[in-house]
Each structure stands twice: as C-alpha cells, then as structure tokens.
Design a protein around this ligand. Structure first.
Ligand code: ADP
Length: 203
C-alpha cells in the first residue's frame, strides 16, 4: 500500500494544468502579490480572487461582513477562517473560475488551505502552482511606508508580518509536500519578478 505522502506526490507530479490554470499567490503583506496577480490575469485572461479586496469592498459598503471584518483588518489581525472560506468557496463555483483563477491573499492559514483543497476536490480540481513571492522583511517595511493604505501604519505592518510568519508561512511546507510550491524572487523590477513567475508556471 502507498503511504499517504507517496500517493500525493504521485497525483501531483507531471500533469500540469490539466483543468486550466489554478494559481495561488503567497507572500508577506507588501510582497507584491496583488500587482503581479494583475499582470498575470491580464495576460492569461483569468479572474483574480483577492480576499483583501473583497473584504475592503465590504467595509466600504458597510455590509454586515464589512462591519465584522473592518476592526480586525484595521488592527492587522486575520478575519476568521469560516468567513473567508465561505467567501472563496462561493466565488470558486462561478462560471468565470472554471478555466482557472488566481487567488491572492487566500489561503492564509493551514485550515484555509485544507478547506480550499476540499472545495476544489469536490469540483474535481486542484491547485496547479503556489507562487511564493520571497521578499525580506526589511524590504517589506520600506515598501509599506510608500504604500499608505489605511492598515499600513508601522504598528499594523509589524503585526501583519508577525501573523504572516506564524500562520501563513507554514503553508509553504503544506504546498511543498503537495509538490506545487514555487519560490520566486520578489525583489527586482516588476518585469524581472514577472519573468520569474512565468518561468515557475512553465509559460
Ligand atoms: P496584505 O497582503 O497586504 O496584508 P490583503 O489585502 O491581502 O493585504 O489583506 C488585508 C487584510 O484583510 C488582512 O490584514 C486581513 O485582516 C484581511 N484578510 C485578507 N485575506 C484574508 C484571509 N485569507 N484570511 C483572513 N484575513 C484576511
């Protein structure tokens, strides 16, 4: 009998993008996930699913979701798993996601990643590549000073980096075990970084 890990390695090797291009962008706040995701969705005509954007829009609209998420986001804390999992699961069943998608900012915890695997499996799909944008903390802190979003205050940025290291960075091991992790240098010009991403997805 195959060991569970051997089984996973077998299932995930050698058959790239059978069901489209299902991608995740992973990386600390300010790594450039959103920017690079934008470049990719334009070239490959894929939908971008950014949980941060969806939540910020809910805050702007003052919906019940926004009222719950807003204060947590302002403090640099994560929104509860059940909430973001529900948002993404629903979004992934939409027509425009059937030939691929780019997730940016989700999953951010191991339970979110497990829920995603399960939701995709229910549709006969899986994640093809997880692009981990590698950017040192010093560079992040400098970039965030320039960005100036409401939740980009120095204290909040440090809090988010701490939460990233604790809750999100373990996802690299999670996806490395599945064979889908690709680390990409996240420091350089936009074009250099994008070239690294295209190389990682074999396009
Ligand atoms: P960044 O990557 O710069 O931190 P995002 O736009 O991805 O920015 O997220 C902004 C905020 O939205 C996060 O700090 C968090 O409060 C909330 N958020 C976004 N995605 C998730 C998620 N998958 N799980 C929990 N909270 C999330």
């Amino acid at each position: 009998m195959l060991k569970p890990t051997a089984h996973i390695a077998e299932v995930h090797s050698g058959k790239p993008f059978a069901g489209g291009l299902n991608l995740i962008f992973l990386g600390p706040p300010g790594a450039g996930k959103g920017t690079q995701a934008q470049m990719l969705i334009k070239e490959f005509n894929l939908p971008q699913i950014s949980t941060g954007e969806i939540l910020r829009e809910a805050v702007r609209q003052g919906t019940p979701l926004g009222q719950q998420a807003g204060p947590l986001m302002a403090e640099g804390k994560l929104v509860p798993d059940e909430i973001v999992i529900g948002i993404v699961n629903e979004r992934l069943t939409a027509d425009d996601c059937q030939n691929g998608f780019v997730l940016d900012g989700f999953p951010r915890t191991v339970p979110q990643a497990q829920a995603l695997t399960k939701a995709l499996a229910a549709q006969g799909k899986r994640i093809d590549k997880v692009i981990s944008l590698e950017v040192p903390n010093e560079v992040i802190v400098e970039r965030m000073k320039a960005r100036g979003r409401a939740d980009d205050t120095p204290e909040t940025v440090l809090k988010r980096l701490e939460i990233y290291a604790r809750d999100t960075a373990p996802l690299k091991n999670f996806y490395a075990r599945e064979g889908s992790l690709a680390k990409v240098e996240g420091v350089g010009t936009l074009e250099e970084i994008y070239a690294g991403i295209k190389h990682a997805i074999g396009r």
